[in-house]
Design a binder for this molecule. Structure first.
Ligand code: MN
Length: 198
């Protein structure tokens, strides 16, 4: 069974990038709904005690189990990668991840631009990812619905949610403005730990 992860920061601490109201609905209603749906679907089955990532990798894409498990995995990674707005800790990539971004995208600025462009051009509901292959090479992944890089053989490093529920209360149709604002709250120390700690 899965549990709703607690937010590791105050609900209003990401403002103005993400409002407390959006956080309340996104975490407290949308993610909580995926958790309740998955637990109902796997209760009493062989998946009841399976690790979340294994459920995502083994479930048939398009099924309720895949969609709810995938959305829990995606949101757990999403909500745990932010820092309070204005916090100087983790404001920029450092170390191995910074070097890999420069190597694979040319520069941090070039990476950010390519990432936002990928998020803006994702059609409909989905997620944009910074992902790593087994050798540590970085790439940008665009997946629709509840899909996740682990399904495609990549390790998830950073993700922006481009479902409308992630930004519509604050930004309405201005998805690009929302994505650009998220750079102010990404915690690059957490993101780097996903890259360097296997
Ligand atoms: Mn979402």
């Amino acid at each position: 069974m899965e549990a709703l992860i607690p937010l590791p920061y105050a609900q209003d601490s990401l403002e103005p990038a993400i409002s407390a109201k959006t956080m309340g609905f996104h975490h407290g209603k949308h993610l909580a709904g995926y958790v309740a749906n998955l637990n109902k679907a796997i209760a009493g089955t062989e998946l009841e005690n399976a690790p979340l990532e294994e459920i995502v990798k083994s479930a048939e894409p398009g099924t309720g189990v895949f969609n709810n498990a995938g959305q829990i995995l995606n949101h757990n990674l999403y909500f745990s990668q932010f820092r309070p707005f204005g916090s100087p800790e983790g404001a920029k990539p450092a170390g191995l991840l910074s070097a890999a971004i420069d190597r694979d995208f040319g520069s941090f600025e070039a990476f950010k631009e390519a990432f936002v462009t990928s998020g803006t051009s994702t059609f409909g509901s989905g997620w944009v990812w910074l992902q790593a292959d087994a050798e540590g090479a970085l790439s940008i992944g665009k997946y629709s619905g509840a899909d996740n890089p682990v399904v495609h053989g990549f390790r998830p490093i950073l993700t922006f949610d481009v479902w409308e529920h992630a930004y519509y209360l604050d930004y309405q149709n201005r998805r690009t403005d929302h994505l650009v604002a998220l750079w102010d709250v990404v915690d690059w120390m957490i993101v780097e730990s996903r890259y360097t700690i296997v």
